[in-house]
Design a protein around this ligand. Structure first.
Ligand code: FAD
Length: 449
């Protein structure tokens, strides 16, 4: 490892949790940082808005994009102790407008991120309401330069500002561009439909028969939300175990089905042979990675939701360390991962940490892709981590001398995952891992906030 620290001029795109902690780590390392944020506040996904897009499916490329996918009733699906940054715990706060629950409402996460930005004086680095419309390489090599074109949000190209940066860190989030499943007959669907990205409150579903597609966290939450007002809710989940098919325990208007086989006008036919006449389809089918502003001459592409080639989900070998991504992996505890990735990026940019050669990084990526193929993992699961997240985090920690992930955090994540299966309706209010909460609180006492 080299010891000569070299400060760089770095552009960070996005001021969500990833961009905020990237800015903190880059500045701590001694770099000059500008954070571009097209919204009017920091917080990214956690800036709730009742606004929805003109195309409820979110597919029309000419629509005005609404960034956040939050619904009004959303509470975190991770306990706050587990969710927060390592040295800035997401502690309970009492007081007006605060939500001290262990799995708080989205508003509490927003407040936590706002406080993070204020306490670490990140706001002074952020240009709000400034959208990056182009990020492209000008020159490769030591001191590689990037051209960033930005403009005030909702203005036109005449107001573009052109600047040159040494490096770009992309933190633009990946719950914005909807993915929808292809279903035979959907083009002739007579009813209404939307993607969960545009779901906010249950009112529009009053007395409706609703088919909801998906089995992940938002499908579970939104189905329960809608069932409070709908006549019937039918969930089509392609990974459902056969013994679970049928009425959902504890609900008299909600049923689980296998995936949809086909649609004929107003009738939805499931693969389990059941058919129902419905009013509304809600697609809780996930999102696509999208970097509409990025120009790398083919060095980074998105293919079937694989962003690549990327060394350890962060650096494209061809452009490292001048281009990097924070936050691509999913099915993870995001914030602690963001801070490790950011510290690694900051350290490589300053020459504190050496990356392997381009050839070695490429070999590593090829070996990873081969292992996915050998295990039958589809390409679009390239960035799905789940159980591998701890080794991944600790591998990055080793690269940059960052503390390892706390053992209580790993156990808490696992306890919560089990509890969610055991008590899908009440896991946010009933749990059995108070011993881990105590361990976390003991750890938190080391931090002043
Ligand atoms: P974002 O928060 O999406 O921030 C990206 C930012 O980039 C935005 O502010 C956007 O305006 C900005 N941006 C994008 N393009 C441009 C551009 N061209 N120019 C300038 N700015 C741009 N995580 C948890 O830990 N716990 C949970 O309980 C949890 N629940 C979730 C529930 C839902 C419904 C969703 C969608 C996600 C949830 N997550 C949860 C994951 C969540 O995405 C992460 O916690 C985290 O907030 C992601 O941060 P980010 O900075 O990567 O992206």
């Amino acid at each position: 490892m080299s010891t000569a620290i070299t400060p760089r001029h770095v552009a960070v795109i996005g001021a969500g949790a990833a961009g905020l902690v990237a800015a903190r780590e880059l500045r701590r390392e001694g770099h000059g940082v500008v954070v571009f944020e097209r919204g009017n506040q920091v917080g990214g996904t956690w800036v709730y808005t009742p606004d929805v897009e003109s195309d409820p499916l979110g597919l029309d490329p000419t629509r005005t994009v609404v960034h956040s996918s939050l619904y009004d009733s959303l509470r975190t699906n991770l306990p706050r102790e587990c969710m927060g940054f390592g040295d800035y715990p997401f502690k309970k706060r009492e007081g007006k407008g605060r939500d001290s629950r262990r799995f708080p409402s989205h508003r509490e996460v927003f407040t936590y991120l706002q406080e993070f930005a204020a306490d670490f004086e990140i706001n002074e680095l952020v240009r709000l309401e400034t959208e990056v419309v182009f990020a492209g390489l000008v020159m490769v090599g030591e001191g590689g330069k990037w051209r960033i074109k930005s403009r005030p949000s909702n203005s036109d190209d005449r107001e573009c500002v052109d600047e040159i940066y040494d490096a770009v860190v992309i933190c633009n989030g990946h719950y914005v561009q909807p993915r929808v499943a292809h279903i035979p007959g959907i083009d002739g669907w007579r009813g209404k439909q939307m993607h969960s990205h545009n779901y906010r409150t249950p009112e529009p579903f009053h007395n409706q028969v609703v088919v909801l597609i998906g089995g992940a966290a938002s499908a579970v939450d939104i189905s329960r939300d809608i069932a409070t007002v709908a006549r019937e809710v039918h969930i089509a989940d392609r990974s459902i175990k056969e013994y679970k098919l049928g009425r959902v325990p504890g609900h008299d208007n909600m049923w689980l089905h296998s995936m949809i086989d086909s649609i004929c006008e107003s009738t939805v036919v499931f693969r389990d042979g059941k058919a129902i006449v419905a009013d509304f389809i809600v697609h809780c089918t996930g999102y696509k990675y999208d970097f509409p502003f990025l120009e790398t001459n083919g060095a980074v592409t998105v293919d079937d939701n694989r962003v690549g080639p990327l060394y350890q989900h962060v650096f494209p070998p061809e452009l490292a360390p001048w281009l990097s991504f924070v936050g691509l992996p999913w099915k993870v505890v995001p914030f602690p991962m963001f801070e490790r990735q950011s510290n690694w990026i900051a350290g490589t940019l300053s020459n504190r940490i050496a990356l392997p050669s381009k050839e070695e990084m490429t070999e590593d990526i090829e070996a990873f892709y081969s292992s996915l193929e050998a295990s039958g993992t589809p390409k679009h699961y390239t960035h799905k981590m789940s159980d591998d997240q701890w080794d991944y985090n600790n591998w990055i920690s080793d690269q940059c001398g960052f503390p390892a992930i706390e053992e209580w955090r790993i156990q808490m994540y696992e306890a919560t995952s089990k509890n969610r299966v055991l008590r899908p309706e009440s896991y946010r209010d009933e749990w059995e891992d108070d011993d881990l909460v105590l361990q976390a609180q003991k750890d938190f006492a080391n931090y002043l906030i």
